[in-house]
Design a protein around this ligand. Sequence first.
Ligand code: SF4
Length: 296
Amino acid sequence: MPKVVTATYAGVCFGVKRAVDILDKALDTGREEGRPVLMFGPLIHNPRFIESYRDRGVEIVDRSGIRDHAVIVIRSHGITRDEEEYLKTFSDLRIIDTTCPFVQRIHRLVAERSRDGWAIVVLGDAAHAEVEGFVSRIDGPYFVHPPDLSDTAVTALDRFLRAHEKFFAVAQTTSQPDHFRQLIERMGSICRETRCAFEYQNTVCDATFQRQETARELAHAMDAMVVIGGRNSSNTAKLFAIVSAENPRSFWIEAPADLTAADRETLRGVEAIGLTAGASTPDDQITELAEFLEAL
Ligand code: SF4
């Protein structure tokens, strides 16, 4: 029977816990006021969690599904400025915002700096809702640098930096700290050459940093690693990238049932399995997985 060790920092972060607490209160409000509760896109990137709230009557809607006389809950990674304005067009919509305060801080930072004439560089995934929320609040030029730091991205960054005079950089909260450090070094060296002004705020969330570091250490020490979290979860994807680079016997699942017979056979054959979880994975899903692995 393999020994199972859970990473010191794994699973739900402050922002997700806060969002879930607020969502529970929104359900009470909906009941008390006789309003349907709508979730504006998935509150967190965890399909099993979202399904459990759907079972409790919450409707997951996009823009077209929003209607008056309802409670609308804004997800933890925020919405765009345009979506915010759209919500204000309803006359009787109760808006409950669970946007993580760390994400709200980045909204403020990029809005203020861009208004003051700084060109903004964001490290992150341009298609991720959190980054869409950042760029929607930028009044002026901006560049989204993808997390992979590929040659193409670096060339495009070079071009952007040579076209403006002062820059302010931030990162998507779930970025790998090493990627942000490399970006800052690159920007610093170009700005020394072109004499442009350059400032930044390291906005990688501590919760992300702690989860990534403890996952890396655990992956190094264990015979195999299992990461649990939504396939659509950006921070879980990054955790998996880190542990699989450290330990080739790594698996990413949303539930124990995702482990194939061959995966289970591999895990049964090792002495110690490390377990970690994305910041949107509830504790009960981690416990369920630990018990499953211990019983292999
Ligand atoms: S990972 Fe950080 S920024 Fe994102 S929801 Fe959690 S606490 Fe907030």
